[in-house]
Design a protein around this ligand. Structure first.
Ligand SMILES: Nc1ncnc2c1ncn2[C@@H]1O[C@H](COP(=O)(O)OP(=O)(O)O)[C@@H](O)[C@H]1O
Ligand SMILES: CC(C)(COP(=O)(O)O)[C@@H](O)C(=O)NCCC(=O)O
Ligand SMILES: [K+]
Length: 279
């Protein structure tokens, strides 16, 4: 089995992938601040031959995790942001400073559809762009839904935005505090993504496919007007592309990669942008 680990600022996600069949056998998540100990929701390491890791947590968390795994598992691969990989050039002035989850998302997106916009709705919401030819432009970072709520001191899981609420409901004025906050931050996230997407497509002169990942991807995606795909395993896809271990991965196939709808024509994106500026 391959153990894939995606250590984010909020949750450490894992999945077990069968080396022979490329199937995902199990998955789970633990809070990033909690230690990995027997009994927690962690995979059985006895069956693991290799581990691939993406981590944006504190250095100490990664070091402890790697140390623990190296004692038990044959091969441990740790992803890092590099100036160039898989046909993509990193747009950061200091490429190693780009969050590795963003880098892996961009690499997975580029491998799946070529030029694209990759959005990761986790603790933070990140919006990254890669152009035809593989030039990553850099991107945008804003607080995620939960962080925005916490900054208003209403950050409990119990007032989370209902993933089944219709987007229209979320966009109307709230009539109770919790509702006003939920609708406000939802509006902030969705309108930022819509605007940034249109601005960059306009200025670069290209309509880009849009992909979303992260814990809040599904709920945020419901408010977006432009065609898009949700790809929960996008960061894992980057790990598969960087460290291919199965036959399918060596052939360039990433587990759970979605069919990404074609973007609308650039003229339509530009018209929408011009219209929103007029209002
Ligand atoms: N059951 C849940 N537990 C924690 N966060 C959740 C849950 N369901 C959705 N979320 C949302 O998902 C976000 C975490 O998403 P994730 O992509 O795992 O973040 P990160 O990679 O930063 O750890 C939280 O900030 C929260 O808004
Ligand atoms: C921006 C992030 C905090 C997002 O992390 P996440 O929400 O996935 O936990 C992470 O990608 C990170 O620590 N990046 C380093 C700074 C940068 O990308 O510029
Ligand atoms: K993120």
């Amino acid at each position: 089995m391959i153990l894939d680990l995606d250590i984010g600022n909020t949750l450490s996600k894992w999945r077990l992938k069968d080396v022979d069949t490329s199937e995902i056998r199990s998955r789970g998540a633990v809070w990033t601040r909690e230690e990995w100990r027997p009994g927690a929701d962690i995979p059985n390491l006895e069956v693991v031959e290799s581990v691939r890791i993406s981590s944006v947590a504190r250095r100490a968390v990664l070091e402890e995790t790697v140390q623990l795994l190296r004692q038990r598992v044959g091969a441990v691969y740790v992803a890092s942001s590099t100036p160039e990989a898989l046909g993509v050039t990193n747009g950061y002035e200091e490429p190693e400073r780009l969050g590795v989850d963003r880098w892996l998302g961009v690499l997975a997106g580029y491998q799946q559809v070529g030029a694209c916009c990759a959005v990761d709705c986790g603790s933070a919401i990140t919006i990254d762009f890669v152009l035809p030819g593989g030039r990553h432009l850099g991107g945008y970072i804003l607080p995620g839904l939960r962080l925005m709520k916490e900054s208003l001191k209403l950050g409990t899981r119990n007032v989370a935005i209902d993933p089944d609420s219709e987007p229209e409901e979320l966009l109307v004025p709230g009539r109770r505090t919790v509702e006003a906050v939920n609708h406000g931050i939802y509006m902030a996230a969705v309108s930022a993504i819509n605007r940034v997407y249109a601005e960059v497509c306009d200025s670069e002169g290209v309509a880009l496919p849009l992909m979303l990942t992260g814990g809040d991807a599904r709920v945020v995606a419901r408010g977006l007007q432009v065609p898009h795909a949700v790809w929960p395993d996008m960061v894992y896809g980057g790990l598969e592309a960087c460290f291919p271990l199965t036959a399918a991965e060596r052939a360039g196939r990433m587990a759970g990669a979605p069919c990404v709808p074609s973007p609308v024509a650039l003229e339509k994106i530009r018209a929408g942008l011009a219209f929103s500026m007029l209002l």
